[in-house]
Design a protein around this ligand. Structure first.
Ligand code: 5CA
Length: 435
């Protein structure tokens, strides 16, 4: 992509309304534009990152055996009357009336809709276990939308729903997703700590629930956790299995509502406290929806029982903010390669120099042909402006082409995350960046 024709409306000034780094940087880097309070358009650069995150989430869900479908954003209120949640959900739910005076709503979550899909076609234990998910926009009329995409009103969620015959099988589904979550976040460079949580409006009082928190000073939740978590590396999480899941669940970690300082299973000296960004939340809630909605299956003995369910959410759009909170400096964003909008930016220091432009054009064509996502700063701008923009938008690798290097037959490779720049022959640069 040539930057001269790319829609990248960066801002020089820091917008006043942005209180935290990720919100500021997303606006300044031209990733999002607010369209109403808590509602954002995703501009090309932001959209690329969102797609990267979606793809990682999707791959890990598929690997864990979940099947993707797509449910609508608008739901019929009838289903919510059946589960009893229509009145319980309160003002966060955006209620809509159509021209025939039928009650609709913009889905804040999908337990009812998926239970309806399930009950209309699954009858037997033979069709279980089943786990269905989608990645879809949600709307919650949050009382205090803030921090940009962190707490939006419209936001993108991955929500998966498991169906099992027995509580024991449902436990397996829960643990399976638990492992998938550790791996998913680790692939984005995030160490997300699983914590016992309040199942709240989704699960009801008796259910099991964990939130996954990324530690960050700007997190909205107070979190408390065993300091043993400090020795769990990103790599451990990326390679998580059931054993790791069990180990982590045996360590104390609780979000605020679940934390009781007077009643902890470990010495208070071993507990650390901090702020966390909740990037995922999983629930096991048995028959809370299947029972009132009549989602039953036949058992091997021929009995009819309500199916055992769980639901598993990931804040996909919130993750963009969380990743930036964890990866930035005073110049801008520092994307982990796995979610970067482009892998490489080519900075042409002298667009009016034929030699520089020739080398840049060649490298651009070769990287592009090799399938490397490359942004080419071919704008007629001062080098200082180009460097500042490259730092701001946080592309992991910068290739700098100036007249002196061109004469000597070398190009400069810089990493956004630091370290000394390297001088390389173009052929060596290509083999470094391709593959
Ligand atoms: N049905 C369940 C799980 S599928 C559910 O709705 N869970 S949730 O309420 O915890 O939401 C799942 C995830 O969505 C949260 O962990 C959080 O990361 C994200 N999320 C929730 N509310 C918002 C919001 N207002 N803005 C951005 N992300 C949000």
């Amino acid at each position: 992509m040539r930057l001269s024709s790319y829609f990248l409306p960066t801002l020089k000034e820091t917008p006043n309304e942005a209180k935290i780094a990720s919100h500021r940087l997303m606006l300044r880097a031209g990733m999002i534009k607010q369209s109403a309070v808590g509602i954002y358009s995703w501009l090309p650069l932001g959209h690329r990152v969102l797609q990267k995150i979606i793809q990682i989430v999707r791959e890990e869900q598929n690997k864990a055996g979940a099947q993707e479908l797509l449910m609508p954003t608008i739901q019929s209120a009838e289903l919510w009357h059946e589960s009893g949640r229509y009145d319980d959900y309160g003002k966060e739910m955006l209620r809509i009336t159509d021209r025939h005076k039928r009650e609709l709503l913009y889905g804040p979550t999908n337990e009812e809709l998926i239970t309806d899909i399930f009950r209309s076609s699954v009858r037997s234990y033979r069709d279980l276990p089943l786990n269905l998910y989608h990645i879809q926009w949600k709307f919650r009329d949050e009382i205090r939308p803030r921090f940009g995409v962190m707490r939006g009103r419209e936001f993108l969620m991955k929500d998966a729903y498991s169906f099992d015959l027995t509580k024991e099988d449902s436990d397996k589904a829960y643990q399976n997703m638990f492992v998938a979550y550790l791996r998913t976040f680790a692939r984005m460079g995030l160490r997300a700590i699983p914590m016992r949580a309040d199942p709240g409006a989704i699960g009801g009082n008796q259910s099991l629930s964990h939130e996954f928190h990324v530690l960050a000073e700007t997190g909205e939740s107070d979190v408390f956790y065993d300091k043993a978590f400090d020795s769990v590396s990103l790599e451990d999480m990326a390679n998580a299995d059931l054993e790791m899941a069990n180990k982590l669940q045996s360590l104390y970690a609780a979000a605020e509502e679940e934390h009781d300082p007077d009643n902890m299973p470990i010495d208070s000296d071993d507990v650390q406290s901090g702020k966390g960004i909740e990037v995922g939340h999983i629930f096991q809630f048995g028959t809370k929806y299947s029972e009132p909605m009549g989602a039953t299956v036949t058992t091997p003995d021929g009995d009819q029982v309500p199916v055992e369910m769980g639901s598993y959410g990931i804040g996909v759009s919130r993750l963009v903010g969380a990743i930036i909170e964890a990866n930035h400096d005073d110049k801008g964003i520092i994307w982990p390669e796995s979610v970067a909008p482009f892998k490489v930016v080519i900075i042409n220091m002298r667009t009016n120099d034929e030699g520089c432009t020739g080398v840049c054009d060649d490298l651009y064509a070769q990287l592009d042909d090799a399938g490397v996502e490359v942004l080419y700063d071919d704008r007629d701008e001062r080098a200082g402006v180009k460097f500042a923009d490259a730092e701001l938008i946080g592309i992991p690798w910068q290739v700098v082409i100036g007249p002196r290097g061109v004469k000597e037959g070398i190009v400069e490779l810089r990493s956004r995350s630091g370290g000394e720049p390297e001088n390389l022959a173009p052929a060596d640069l290509l083999s470094r960046l391709i593959g």
